[in-house]
Design a protein around this ligand. Sequence first.
Ligand code: NDP
Length: 368
Amino acid sequence: MIDTPFKSATHCTAGPAARPEPVRTLCGGPYDGVADSPGFVTEITAMALVVRLHRYGGPEALTLEQIEPSAPAPDEVQIRHTAIGLNYIDVYDRTGLYATPLPVVLGREAAGVITAVGRRVRGFRAGDRVAYVHPGAYCEVRNVPARHVVKVPAGISDREAAALMLKGLTAQYLLRRTYRVQRGDPILVHAAAGGVGLILTQWARALGARVIGVVGSEAKAELARKHGCRHVLISGRDDIVASVKALTKGAGVAVVYDSVGKDTFMESLDCLRPLGMMVTYGNASGPPPAVSPLELSKRGSLFLTRPTLFSYIATRAELEAAAKELFAIVKSRKVRVRIGQSYPLSEVAQAHRDLEARRTTGSTVLLP
Ligand code: NDP
């Protein structure tokens, strides 16, 4: 599934990998296709850090390796990462819930600077500040098919862009395409203080929705209130269904965005009003149970969908339109990207531990 952006690999023993010395080189030498930027001098690291998975398992299965970056293929750009987004999906990839052939480089979103351009690529030059969603992001330098890459506009930092591509594009399709949120809609958002959660709640408020968030602690509740939630419920303390019914005068919500899965799926169905939309888009507590269509009928002709971002940005036109809308709402400051914590890339295992232990808030970035 992952392209192979590297020529060779050397395993590191335990602990952070030693950083390679950068060598200055002239693009257009060993790299194809940079003739459109003659004389552009950039730094190419001779060896680069990459995080590989050779077997499914816990955070300890993440292996630090040194590789020699290869030149981009004709349709690729080479990117030197400045920030890499951490996502709960990376945990599913690591444990094998989302199985992929091994070995594999984990990570699905990042931002950085183009260091070389394949000869068939149009519209990008060495030096461009870019971001993307594509597997294989846990590394310092890599090649990515140019069709997955977008330029980052001024006013949005690299760290924000790295946190935004997967999580922000997810919020975009959930609110604007899966269920088109209308002014006044009561909506329920699980994991409201998380990476996707804080973007989703702010954007939903900007659309005029009445957002009810669910979080795991009082501290997270405070954060969710500051980022768009009108009401916040605490899982394990509050009766979610009864509270949602009380907050909506018995009616229920128009849509539930449920990324928790197994622990919350059935009660999420019970929170919906007739003809409401159940969006189950994640499995933080495990995959949701199998459900009979009759369960939807008896709760009032509900709709059920299990979407994934990759269906919504399958074409270049869809990716560009979604990224344009996302960058616009961030630049308008209606949605602020809250980076709750960052880790050196070499400490990615600790980042995974904290994410799984529910110790993170907002977005997390890994820094090469
Ligand atoms: P988050 O930052 O939201 O982290 C996960 C959060 O889930 C935790 O902080 C925790 O918040 C909550 N949670 C509830 N139960 C558990 C549990 N048993 N174990 C661990 N966490 C739990 O992660 P992301 O923003 O990266 O992703 C959010 C969700 O969105 C994920 O489920 C992910 O798979 C999904 N997703 C789906 C996409 C799609 O297209 N389908 C695309 C992108 C993300 P609290 O303590 O407040 O309960």
